[in-house]
Ligand binder design. Structure first.
Ligand SMILES: *Cc1c(COP(=O)(O)O)cnc(C)c1O
Length: 388
C-alpha cells in the first residue's frame, strides 16, 4: 500500500460495536480473564494490554502507523518531542560515552546535550551541519552516536542524510535523526540507514495546534530497548492525544502538500520584496543545501525564514504590524505563525552562537499555514511596508 492509504487504513481492530473510526480508549488499565492470562502477559509470553503506561490501543495504532510510514519495524509514542529525544539518548548512552551532534538542533535538544548529559558523564561534541568532511575530527574512541536534525529549527540547515549514514556505518555510530520538520511524507531517514527516527508529533503530525506528542521509530531490537526504558520511566502519551494524532496522520499528505506549495510560493514572493535582504527555504536555488534537499526530500517543507533590512528593530516592528497572522511558539499548524528568534527563543544565546546557527538579528521564521496564499502574502507585505 502507498503512504496515503497506510496513513488512513492502519487501524485498531474493530470492537463488537462495528465502529468505522477508531474509538478512544481512556483507560489506565485492562482486565484479565484469569490468573493464567495475567501471568502470561506479565511474563511477556503473550502480547496484550496491561496498563496504559506500557501500552494502550490508541497509542499502539499511532505507533504502528508511524512505523509503517517511516518504513521501520516499530515505534514508541511519548508525551512530547523532547521526551522522545531524551528517552532515545538515555536508552543508548551511559556514563563515559561520547556523542556527536549537529550544532543546528532544536533549542531544548541543545540543552539536553550541553547541560544535562554532561552532568551524567556523557560528553557531546558539536558538528558543523553543512561540513561533514570535518566531522571525523570530533570522533573519540568512546563515540557512540550521531544526532542530526534536518531541516533544522529555526535555521533550516540541511544535513546530507546519505553522507551522515555513511559516516555512522564507517565509525560504528548509532544514527539518530530528528525528522520533525519533514515528517515521513517528505523524508524517510531509514532509506539512508538511520537507526532512530525521532519526532515532535506536536508539529505537523498533529498539524492543528492541539496536543503535544513525540515518537521514536526504529528496528525491533532497538525499539524493544526504547520501549523498556519508557515503560519503566513513564513518558507515556495520553490515549486522547494518541487518538487525535492518529486521526491527524490520515490527512498528513494532503496537508503537507498545501503547506509546501504555500511556503515555496511565499518564499519566491518575499524574495522580490525590497525590505527583504534574504529568504531561506530548502527548495529555493539560493539555499546552500538545495541540491541535497531535493535529493532527500519530496518537497521543501512548511517553514521558511527571511531577513529584513533593518535588523532587530525592524524584526520587532514587523511582528507588531501583523494584523492577524499569529505570534506563537508553535509551528506546523493550519494557522500561519511568525516568530522573531533573535528577540525571543534565542535571545539568551550570545551573538556568535546565534550566528553559528544562522540566526541574524533581522531573521523571521514563518510556519506557513493553510490559509489562502494571497491572504498570507498580503498580510506579510503590509507588515513589511509598515515596519520600515
Ligand atoms: C518542537 C520541536 C521539538 C520538541 O518537541 P515538543 O513536542 O515541543 O517537545 C524537537 N525537535 C524539533 C525540530 C522541534 O521543532
Amino acid at each position: 500500500m502507498k503512504f496515503e492509504t497506510k496513513a488512513i487504513r492502519i487501524q485498531t481492530a474493530r470492537t463488537a460495536e462495528r465502529e468505522h473510526s477508531t474509538p478512544l480508549f481512556p483507560t489506565s488499565s485492562f482486565v484479565f480473564d484469569d490468573a493464567e492470562q495475567m501471568r502470561s502477559l506479565f511474563a511477556g509470553e503473550a502480547e496484550g494490554n496491561i496498563y496504559s503506561r506500557f501500552t494502550n490501543p490508541n497509542c499502539r495504532e499511532l505507533e504502528e502507523k508511524i512505523a509503517a510510514l517511516e518504513g521501520v519495524d516499530r515505534a514508541v509514542a511519548t508525551a512530547s518531542g523532547m521526551s522522545a529525544v531524551f528517552a532515545s539518548m538515555m536508552t543508548f548512552l551511559k556514563a563515559g560515552d561520547h556523542g556527536l551532534a549537529s550544532r543546528a538542533v532544536f533549542g531544548s535538544t541543545y540543552s539536553i546535550f550541553s547541560k544535562y548529559l554532561p552532568e551524567w558523564g556523557i560528553e557531546v561534541s558539536w558538528l558543523p551541519p553543512r561540513a561533514p568532511e570535518r566531522w571525523a575530527a570530533a570522533l573519540r574512541p568512546n563515540s557512540k552516536l550521531l544526532f542530526v536534525e534536518t531541516p533544522s529549527n529555526p535555521g533550516l540547515d540541511i544535513v546530507d542524510l546519505e553522507r551522515a549514514g555513511q559516516f555512522c556505518r564507517e565509525h560504528g555510530l548509532l544514527y539518530c535523526v530528528d525528522n520533525c520538520f519533514a515528517t515521513p511524507y517528505l523524508q524517510r531517514p531509514a532509506r539512508f540507514g538511520a537507526d532512530l527516527i525521532i519526532h515532535s508529533a506536536t508539529k505537523f503530525i498533529d498539524g492543528q495546534g492541539r496536543v503535544m506528542g513525540g515518537l521514536i521509530a526504529g528496528d525491533a531490537e532497538r525499539m524493544e530497548k526504547v520501549h523498556g526504558f519508557c515503560r519503566s520511566t513513564g513518558p507515556a502519551l495520553s490515549p486522547f492525544n494518541a487518538w487525535l494524532l492518529s486521526k491527524s496522520l490520515e490527512t498528513l499528505a494532503v496537508r503537507l502538500d498545501r503547506h509546501c506549495d504555500n511556503a515555496l510560493a511565499l518564499a519566491q514572493r518575499l524574495a522580490e520584496h525590497p525590505e527583504v535582504v534574504a529568504v531561506h527555504y530548502p527548495f529555493l536555488d539560493s539555499h546552500p543545501g538545495a541540491a541535497i534537499a531535493r535529493r532527500q526530500m519530496l518537497k521543501g517543507g512548511g517553514l521558511l525564514t527571511f531577513e529584513v533590512r533593518g535588523g532587530l528593530e525592524q524584526g520587532r516592528k514587523l511582528l507588531d504590524a501583523l494584523e492577524w497572522l499569529s505570534l506563537s511558539a508553535n509551528l506546523g499548524d493550519t494557522r500561519t505563525i511568525v516568530t522573531h528568534p533573535a528577540s525571543t527563543t534565542h535571545a539568551k544565546l550570545p551573538v556568535e552562537e546565534r550566528a553559528a546557527v544562522g540566526i541574524t538579528p533581522g531573521l523571521l521564521r514563518v510556519s506557513v499555514g493553510l490559509e489562502h496564499l494571497e491572504d498570507i502574502a498580503a498580510e506579510l507585505e503590509q507588515a513589511l511596508e509598515r515596519s520600515v
